[in-house]
Each structure stands twice: as structure tokens, then as C-alpha cells.
Ligand binder design. Structure first.
Ligand SMILES: *Cc1c(COP(=O)(O)O)cnc(C)c1O
Length: 235
């Protein structure tokens, strides 16, 4: 594929995904702009990531911190809101925070505290989501629902803005079953807010294969990767 054919295909994919997300929102009586799309660029190099930005996607997700900061440095002249969606080790927090990312994958109290401390040191407030292991899948990362109330009772008072929850359906989960897990995530959020008084307005859930189900259950953020690169990468 030539570069310009690749760029055209990515632009077309981006417009299709936007249409589908807006349509799913409308189908559930939600405003068309109720759902933010994070374009997951982890499958492609920096040059191809730049094509997605050119197409109009300015919110990008990466699962590896070092890839996120490399791309952020190489694409510094672009306006991008970066989201980290994969595991973060505490020794990578300092360098990562320099990119001012939203961290969707906070999976422990210690990590949350480290992000808060380093954010304070850097004079910033970092937007974070708590990753919940909703499928109960042992292989999966994320906090167990039972761990959340304790964590919410002892949130760092500065440095982080806790915006909500992130969840993934278990691997190979059929869309109908995924929808149940997304509904459980929303109910968990509602219970937690009732119990602790902490507002958790955002729900990041849904990927290429199950974003419609996630939007039906109240997702405000969907993380879409492979659909954006259809016809561009081997899937
Ligand atoms: C890779 C990834 C995605 C995107 O998945 P696709 O199925 O390619 O859309 C979303 N969320 C997380 C946490 C991921 O690791």
C-alpha cells in the first residue's frame, strides 16, 4: 500500500467509526457527542499514527508507557490527548506524566498514590480512571470490585482527578455476554457513588468488537483500535 492509500483508508475507517458510535448513541437516546472515541494506535508506528491524527482523531490510546512517551515526543507539534490503557509500573510514572496523559489503567492504590505524588511534584493534575476486573478473569488486570470502596475512601487529596472506571469484557466474550459485564460495571459505579459520595462520571468500556453494547450500557469513552486500521494492518 502506498502512503497516500494508507492515509485514505485510515480516514475512511475513522469516519465510519465516528458514524457508528454516533448512531449507537442515538439508538439509546443519548446525544451524538455523549461518547468520546479513543483511537488505539498501539498497532501502528508513529508515521501511521500521524495519519490517524490527520484524519481528525486527536485522542489516542497506547497500552505501553514507553511507546506512548516516544510517540508523544515525536508528535509534539500535534494536538493529542494521550490515554494510557495498559499496565503502568511505578518506575515509569515520572517520564509518562511529562506527556500529560489520562491514565485509564490505574490498578492499585500504590500506583494511584505514586501518580498523585509525582503529579504534585510536576505541578499538574492527572486525570485517572480505575481499571476494574469486571469479568473476574484471573488472567486479567484491574482492581476487583471488592477493592474499590476502600480505595475510594482514601483517595489522594491532590494531584489526581478521578474521573471514573475503565473495564474490558473478558477475552473471547460474545457481545451479548459483554453487554452484561458492561451493565454490571455501570451498576457497580452507581453503587460506589451512593456508598462513598465520589462521583465517577466516566465509564470507559467497549472496543472494536463490542462498542455498541458498551454504549447501550452507558459508556462515555470507547477505545477503538483494530477497526481504525482495517485494510492497513494484518488482523
Ligand atoms: C488494544 C486495546 C483496545 C483496542 O482493542 P481493539 O479490539 O483493537 O479495538 C482497547 N482497550 C485496551 C485496554 C486495549 O489493550
Amino acid at each position: 500500500m502506498t502512503d497516500s492509500a494508507t492515509a485514505d483508508r485510515i480516514r475512511e475507517n475513522w469516519h465510519c467509526v465516528q458514524d457508528d458510535v454516533q448512531q449507537a448513541a442515538r439508538a439509546h437516546s443519548r446525544p451524538a457527542d455523549a461518547v468520546q472515541i479513543v483511537g488505539v494506535s498501539k498497532y501502528v508506528d508513529t508515521a501511521t499514527t500521524a495519519m490517524l491524527i490527520d484524519a481528525g482523531c486527536h485522542c489516542l490510546g497506547e497500552s505501553r508507557p514507553q511507546v506512548l512517551w516516544q510517540k508523544a515526543e515525536q508528535l509534539m507539534d500535534q494536538e493529542v490527548a494521550w490515554h494510557l490503557i495498559g499496565h503502568l509500573q511505578r518506575n515509569k510514572v515520572r517520564r509518562l506524566l511529562k506527556c500529560g496523559p489520562c491514565i485509564e489503567s490505574v490498578d492499585s492504590q500504590r500506583l494511584l498514590q505514586a501518580i498523585a505524588d509525582e503529579s504534585l511534584a510536576q505541578g499538574r493534575v492527572t486525570r485517572v480512571l480505575l481499571e476494574v476486573n469486571i469479568s473476574g478473569d484471573e488472567a486479567k488486570t484491574g482492581l476487583l470490585p471488592a477493592e474499590l470502596p476502600g480505595l475510594l475512601e482514601s483517595l489522594p487529596s491532590q494531584g489526581v482527578q478521578l474521573d471514573g472506571l475503565m473495564a474490558m469484557a473478558g477475552w473471547g466474550t460474545a457481545p451479548a455476554e459483554a453487554r452484561k459485564q458492561f451493565a454490571e460495571t455501570r451498576l457497580l459505579r452507581d453503587r460506589l457513588t451512593d456508598q462513598t459520595g465520589v462521583p465517577l462520571p466516566h465509564l470507559s468500556m467497549g472496543m472494536s468488537g463490542d462498542f455498541r453494547e458498551a454504549i447501550a450500557e452507558g459508556a462515555t469513552i470507547v477505545r477503538i483500535g483494530s477497526r481504525l486500521f482495517e485494510g492497513v494492518i494484518q488482523q
